[in-house]
Design a binder for this molecule. Structure first.
Ligand SMILES: NC(=O)c1ccc[n+]([C@@H]2O[C@H](COP(=O)([O-])OP(=O)(O)OC[C@H]3O[C@@H](n4cnc5c(N)ncnc54)[C@H](OP(=O)(O)O)[C@@H]3O)[C@@H](O)[C@H]2O)c1
Length: 248
């Protein structure tokens, strides 16, 4: 039986991705902070798909969070890693709390980088495996009033694409999932307003799972079309939307 580790797998896009792997017969390990949500998510996966599901409560914003997570599973054969945990914020970059900045740097960039490196080493040595890193369509242009979040997702796009080029010859793929707005609890936590056209997380995850192994995965036809628009146009749209949210 193959095993997948999903960070941020207790809810939202991560949980829906975990469901896709479970439906395919994978043993699932979910990692996030809240043990109650994790326990509930695992119980649901076990009941619905009759697969073993485990959870690990870990704060990936901490400087040793990613290393601790790796240590706790390194003796197991992890066939697939989904680096999906992420956090955001809304505000002028000189006004946001240092803790929000640390969380974005820690979870979106550091933890994803460390976990990709550690698991890629194991996978390339075995000559098989797959990694999916969750970025965002926000990774394709600057995001005024959520600057660090968008920049962190640009990092994920660039890093994952390069990682895929390096890992491919060893039989390992690194995909970069770039969703547009998705209807999860993310916006409430990040202080933004969820657009009315947000995609449901199940549709997003199912599309991503179907395209697993591709270098860049963009769920939603509209998002794939918008990808081709000039960066200045997209940045201007984000600036207007975020400014409005801040004024409210
Ligand atoms: N929703 C969107 O519109 C959208 C669009 C593009 C990309 N994304 C990206 O998609 C990914 C999933 O987001 P989502 O929309 O599904 O959000 P979500 O429903 O809020 O889920 C976020 C997940 O990450 C976990 N997490 C957050 N901070 C963590 C930390 N410090 N340590 C460990 N786990 C942590 C959360 O669990 P705990 O809180 O219990 O830790 C939860 O399981 C993120 O990377 C996000 O940036 C979202």
């Amino acid at each position: 039986m193959k095993t997948v580790l999903v960070t941020g797998g207790s809810q939202g896009i991560g949980y829906e991705l975990a469901k896709c792997f479970a439906q395919d017969g994978f043993r699932v390990i979910l990692a996030a902070r809240d043990p109650v949500r994790l326990q509930e998510a695992c119980a649901n996966l076990q009941n619905q798909y009759q697969i073993p599901a485990e959870w690990i409560s870990i704060d990936l914003s901490l400087s040793d969070g990613a290393e601790k997570l790796y240590e706790s599973v390194k003796d197991r054969k992890i066939d697939a890693l989904v680096n999906n945990a992420g956090t955001g914020y809304t505000g002028k970059l000189w006004e946001i709390q240092g803790s929000a900045e640390d969380a974005v740097l820690g979870v979106n960039i550091r933890a994803l980088t460390v976990l990709t490196r550690l698991f890629l080493k194991d996978m390339t040595e075995r000559g098989e495996g797959l990694i999916m890193n969750t970025a965002s369509t926000g990774g394709f242009q600057p995001g005024p009033y959520t600057a660090l979040y968008y920049a962190s997702k640009s990092f994920v796009v660039s890093y994952s694409r390069a990682a895929n080029q390096e890992a491919r010859p060893y039989g390992v793929s690194v995909s970069c999932l770039c969703p547009g707005p998705v209807d999860t609890g993310f916006y409430d936590k990040a202080g933004g307003k969820k657009p009315f056209y947000a995609m449901d997380p199940e549709t997003c995850a199912r599309y991503a799972y179907k395209h697993l192994g591709e270098e860049v995965i963009i769920p939603g036809l509209l998002n794939r079309l918008v990808y081709h628009l000039p960066v200045s146009l997209k940045t201007g749209f984000v600036e207007k939307r975020k400014k409005k949210e801040l004024q409210k």
